[in-house]
Design a protein around this ligand. Structure first.
Ligand SMILES: CC(C)(COP(=O)(O)OP(=O)(O)OC[C@H]1O[C@@H](n2cnc3c(N)ncnc32)[C@H](O)[C@@H]1OP(=O)(O)O)[C@@H](O)C(=O)NCCC(=O)NCCS
Length: 190
């Protein structure tokens, strides 16, 4: 099923960025569903994407020092989210990701509302998350990318390190890619 939600606000609305809160969960789940059902539709079967949404929810806001989750809003509507976590269990979400380096912060839950895709909001959220990681002393970030998102992450400086996969209830496998980025020395905390 592909559902395109109406564009939430005029595209000229100013975008605000903030840390996610626990009470954002329902809005973030709706954002994720709209994003994945629309923007990943060309790469996966609808049933696989529905399974992904059930198995890989948006990450919870991590405890201080263990990661970050940012949201971007426009006119009060959620237009994008993304962050990173050091929580090993949460970071793989049941994905088989043998090429993820252990102990490295994992970028997660990067989703943009389809009405806002291609406008740089996803990159802005990712850059905020990378900056927070650098300021926490991390020099490398890893992630598991859906195949549709690989060109986006490449553009942001991430390189593929190996395959990732999510075993689905019907026995099939949703393919992804492990990727890593080494942050520039200049962006790291002294
Ligand atoms: C992947 C995703 C977050 C990218 O969002 P977006 O709004 O297109 O990204 P941005 O507008 O911030 O793009 C930033 C840059 O990446 C490039 N880019 C994004 N998608 C691209 C693609 N498919 N092919 C080539 N370049 C791409 C843009 O051209 C832009 O380049 P620029 O800096 O030269 O202008 C979005 O498509 C999405 O939410 N997809 C569904 C959910 C998903 O797969 N999330 C990732 C989970 S692993």
């Amino acid at each position: 099923m592909t559902t395109v939600l109406p564009i939430p606000t005029p595209l000229t609305a100013a975008i605000a960025y903030r840390h996610a809160r626990a009470d954002d969960a329902a809005a973030l789940a709706a954002l994720q569903a709209a994003s994945v059902r629309t923007l990943a539709a060309g790469h996966y079967a609808p049933a696989a994407l529905e399974a992904y949404l059930r198995l890989v929810p948006v990450m919870d806001p991590p405890p201080v020092g263990r990661g970050v989750l940012y949201v971007a809003t426009a006119g009060g509507a959620f237009v994008a989210c993304g962050g990173w976590t050091l929580d090993e269990a949460a970071s793989t979400d049941g994905l088989e990701a043998p090429a993820l380096p252990p102990g490295v912060p994992v970028v997660r839950s990067v989703y943009v509302h389809p009405g806002w895709a291609g406008r740089g909001v996803a990159a802005a959220v990712l850059h905020l998350a990378e900056r927070a990681a650098a300021l926490s002393g991390h020099g490398t970030l890893a992630l598991t990318a859906l195949l549709n998102a690989v060109p986006f992450y490449r553009r942001q400086g991430y390189a593929a390190t190996g395959p990732a996969g999510l075993r689905l209830p019907d026995g099939s496998r949703l393919e992804g890619l492990c990727m890593v980025r080494h942050l520039p020395e200049s962006s790291r905390a002294a």
